[in-house]
Ligand binder design. Structure first.
Ligand code: DSN
Length: 415
């Protein structure tokens, strides 16, 4: 990642680009929504397709010169259908939020009702937060996780659905560490005659690899992002049955978007191709094994995990029991100072604020990409616990920072 062309004409931007690559190389990326795409994916995203307008779909574009745009989009769609087994796939959404927006536009009217998991229990802004379009255009109510167990409260969800009579139920989450019972949620949606939208943004890769059950063929719509655990080009995706194909395609374009970002669609095609390799299944299995190792070791250090553990790529730590005076924001800052990059996160029953929450969320997708196994991940847990126990201690920070440097050197990235 030398960015020679940028360096030749724009040293200031080149410095930032090189700096970012160095930052990723020299720190441990544990933000659960991030990963390290391959050089091939990054190369495709930096291609001449960034110049191309291609409104429409392959074979039916509004501009000339779309032969290569058609080729990459067809490859992306074909590979996505093979990965997730969906009847219909739209690979044009610019992000997971745009994918959700398109599905809502396809089947809901303004003022219709959405039932979704509350944000502080692991939901997402685009599932109906008042600060997001979804909370402003639709009437929204929430279901929750069980405060005792941290697992989804499926009975509470059914009760809320009965009382609220939603037009759509959104499942799929941003900070929920356990497997989701899609069939159970789908049964609730059927009982109240609501659409079921499963947003698998975080677990696209785990679902594709078969290490998490798939909602494809269960929910009416499956949405997601394409750069998290699936590790493809940045953006979003919508999957559905043929009966909703036209409505979804019309909602993505011209409904909520103009020209698709064809360079990103090319990155999706390349990443999906990589994920079809049998090695990707091993990768996804290792992601989950590493998350379990991380969670178990943090628990050994006395930290409370929401739900007591994980089945996925992430753990959610509630700091209130073990470190009542340490906020998630302060923990994030102290860890970042040592090169361990994760985020403060709200937890169920949050008593602080989203800006300075009570928990931290950590994922293993990016560490696993650079070759971390369970033993190395356990050592990262030890380092995290050391910092959390002495967040202001300069000696601890220096020691941990040195060890992070060694771990990064032992697990090279973008060489
Ligand atoms: N920002 C992503 C996350 O961190 O979960 C979701 O959009």
């Amino acid at each position: 990642m030398e960015h020679d062309h940028v360096r030749a004409t724009d040293p200031a931007v080149a410095e930032a680009l090189v700096g970012e690559a160095e930052r990723q190389r020299n720190t441990l990326s544990m933000i659960a929504s991030e990963n390290h795409a391959s050089r091939a994916v990054v190369d495709a995203q930096g291609s001449a397709l960034t110049n191309k307008y291609a409104e429409g779909y392959p074979g039916e574009r509004y501009y000339a010169g779309c032969a290569y745009a058609d080729a990459v989009e067809e490859l992306a769609v074909e590979r996505a259908r093979e990965l997730w087994g969906a009847d219909h796939v739209n690979v044009q959404p610019h992000s997971g939020t745009q994918a959700n927006m398109a599905v809502y536009l396809a089947v809901l009217d303004p003022g219709d009702r959405i039932l979704s998991l509350e944000l502080e229990h692991g939901g997402h802004l685009s599932h109906g937060h008042p600060a997001n379009f979804a909370g402003q255009l639709y009437e929204v109510d929430h279901y929750r996780v069980d405060p005792e167990t941290g697992y989804l409260d499926y009975e509470g969800l059914a009760e809320r659905a009965d009382a609220f009579d939603p037009d759509a139920i959104v499942s799929g989450f941003s900070a929920y560490p356990r497997q989701v019972d899609w069939e159970r949620i789908d049964a609730v949606a059927d009982a109240v005659d609501a659409y079921h939208v499963a947003d698998i943004a975080h677990i696209t890769g785990l679902v594709a690899a078969g290490v998490h059950p798939s909602p494809v063929g269960v929910a009416d719509f499956v949405t997601g992002s394409t750069h998290k655990t699936i590790r493809a080009g940045r953006g979003g995706i919508v999957m559905c049955g043929e009966e909703h194909a036209d409505a979804v395609d019309d909602a993505v374009f011209p409904g909520v978007q103009g020209g698709p970002l064809m360079h990103n669609v090319a990155g999706k095609a390349v990443g999906f191709g990589e994920a079809l390799d049998p090695e990707f299944e091993e990768y996804a299995e290792q992601v989950v094994a590493n998350a379990r190792a991380l969670g178990d070791r943090l628990a050994d250090h006395g930290l409370s995990l929401v739900s007591g553990g994980t089945d996925t790529h992430l753990v959610l730590v509630d700091l209130r029991d073990s470190h009542p005076d340490l906020s998630g924001g302060d923990a994030e800052d102290a860890l970042a100072a040592t090169g361990i990059v994760l985020n403060g996160n709200t937890v169920p029953g949050e008593t602080r604020s989203p800006f300075d929450p009570s928990g931290i969320r950590a994922g293993t997708a990016a560490l696993t990409t650079r070759g971390f196994d369970e033993a190395a991940t356990r050592e990262v847990a030890d380092l995290i616990a050391r910092v959390l126990d002495a967040p202001e201690d300069g000696t601890v920070r220096d020691d941990v920072s040195d060890r992070v440097d060694e771990l990064c050197a032992a697990h090279p990235l973008y060489e």
